[in-house]
Design a protein around this ligand. Structure first.
Ligand code: C2E
Ligand code: MG
Ligand code: MG
Length: 455
């Protein structure tokens, strides 16, 4: 054998050893020694295919707020926790025939195993194992995990679908902050995703076909019943599905960014309504429009409103903006600045749903607002009446001391209206006065009411 061939053989052997090592590393996760993502899915596929008559459970597990562990205790502790979780999963898996564990990414693990007994037995086992896992960690940190579980309906299903269903179950689990650490997939979770996707698919057509209607809900003076304004609320009249509630589509639009397009549409409609009243010269009620927290990210927002007011030739006091309290609570410094710019432009600002987000009363002083709009829970709540009244009358007094006006929403009965009046609140909105109604119905409503001049 020539020297050249020997060297070549040696190099080839080394290359082979190197690739074997790479392959091994690819198959096993170096940190936790469970399968890495691709190998886990490949092995799971084989296991499901070779056991068509057995029932399997697919579980996706992750550590809640894992990044906090890294930032509180350092990356090394984070790594240790991942190893601890992998170890506990291996222990848990021992009781199941046919089981495979993998690390999908970061702190996300997955496990597929044959179902022993029934779902009740599995639930009991999970509750016990997760409890021992979380309580056995460290005493100075409240560890929690979320396990999303899908009982595989057909072993031939695509793994992408199986995994997606376990993700939906894990999301459900995370939504209940203090609930159990695991949740099972059920069809309603997929239905919600499909519904949201349909909303996204159809929103552009809906806007161009004018399926969105802008209705008005009167705001009234509690003492005299006089009309003092209106809130513009959007309605989706779907050609096949009928009425779709804003509670269903607004959160979807806030996520997919369509909210600005819709809000622009509503603001424009509100301006056209005000214009029609100015033209008739009969009455003009200021209209409050809702401004989503996402709209506030648009630096051109003050110009947008100025442009609309100019286009419709409307005095600025006729357009009010409602911004929900929770927006202020989320990113207070940014939102306060954005709202301040709107107020500086001369727009009347109402803080909507006040009392739902627990903004600090101390901060109210710095908030750029003109009106505090009390959430309906103050009016309709079930808490002990006496305590609630003390709080309510305190908030009303505080608001007045800060020069804010106060309006209550969700008034449904005469007693509620009288009660609020006795506590110092002079304005209200709610079914007692009127439900949200079409522009045409609103004009009739207004023609029968005294209209209080706008200040
Ligand atoms: P919101 O701005 O706090 O509006 C008040 C909600 O309370 C409306 O629900 C209204 O119909 C309802 N309501 C009024 N009076 C009563 C009452 O006496 N009792 C009860 N139980 N409910 C009453 P709606 O129209 O379903 O709107 C829900 C939310 O959707 C609104 O809450 C607002 O946050 C959002 N929204 C509605 N229209 C728009 C819009 O054009 N743009 C944006 N960004 N959000 C909107
Ligand atoms: Mg509102
Ligand atoms: Mg509200």
């Amino acid at each position: 054998m020539s020297v050249d061939v020997t060297v070549e053989n040696m190099l080839l052997k080394r290359k082979l050893a190197f690739y074997e090592q790479v392959l091994k590393e690819k198959e096993k996760d170096a940190l936790t020694n469970v399968f890495s993502r691709q190998k886990f899915f490949d092995e799971t596929r084989k296991m499901l295919d070779s056991n068509p008559d057995k029932q399997f459970v697919f579980m996706r597990i992750d550590i809640d707020r894992f990044q906090l562990i890294n930032s509180f205790f350092g990356l090394e502790e984070g790594d240790k926790l991942l190893q601890y979780l992998a170890f506990k999963l291996k222990q848990f898996s021992l009781v199941f025939h046919n089981n495979i564990i993998g690390r999908i990414d970061g702190d996300i693990f997955a496990m597929c195993y044959q179902l022993n007994g029934n779902v009740e037995v599995l639930s009991a086992m999970l509750a016990q194992s997760i409890d021992s896992f979380t309580s056995g960690y460290r005493s100075d940190y409240e560890l929690s995990i979320s396990a999303g579980i899908y009982i595989v309906e057909q072993n031939s299903m695509a793994l992408e679908e199986i995994y997606s269903k376990s993700i939906l179950a894990a999301k459900k689990c995370k939504q209940t902050a203090y609930g159990p650490s695991f949740a099972f997939y059920d069809k309603s979770l997929s239905d919600a995703v499909i519904k949201n996707q349909r909303i996204t698919n159809e929103m552009h057509i809906a806007l161009s076909e004018k399926q969105f209607e802008v209705v008005l809900q009167p705001k009234c003076d509690l003492a005299s019943g006089a009309l003092i304004g209106a809130e513009a609320l959007v309605r989706w009249n779907h050609p096949n599905d009928g009425f779709i509630s804003p509670a269903d589509f607004i959160p979807v639009f806030e996520k997919n960014g369509f909210i600005y397009r819709l809000d622009e549409y509503v603001w424009t409609a509100a301006c056209s309504y005000i214009r029609s009243w100015l033209d008739k010269g009969k009455f003009v009620a200021p209209i409050s429009v809702n401004v989503s927290r996402y709209d506030l990210r648009n630096p051109a927002l003050p110009d947008k409103f100025k442009g609309l007011l100019k286009q419709y030739d409307i005095p600025i006091q006729y357009l009010h903006l409602e911004i929900t309290e929770s927006a202020y609570a989320e990113d207070s410094a940014y939102i306060v600045k954005a709202v301040q710019r709107l107020k500086d432009a001369g727009l009347h600002i109402e803080m909507d749903d006040f009392g739902t987000a627990y903004s600090s009363l101390n901060m109210l002083n710095e908030m750029p607002i003109d009106t505090l709009k009390l959430d309906m829970k103050f009016v309709q709540g079930t808490e002990k009446a006496h305590g609630k009244d003390i709080l309510l009358s305190f908030i009303i007094k505080l608001a007045h001391a800060l020069n804010f006006s106060v309006i209550a929403e969700g008034i449904e009965t005469a007693e509620q209206a009288e009660h609020l009046l006795s506590l110092g609140c002079t304005a209200g909105q709610g079914y007692y006065f009127s439900k949200p109604i079409s522009k045409k119905e609103f004009d009739i409503f207004a023609s029968k009411k005294a209209v209080k001049a706008v200040s």
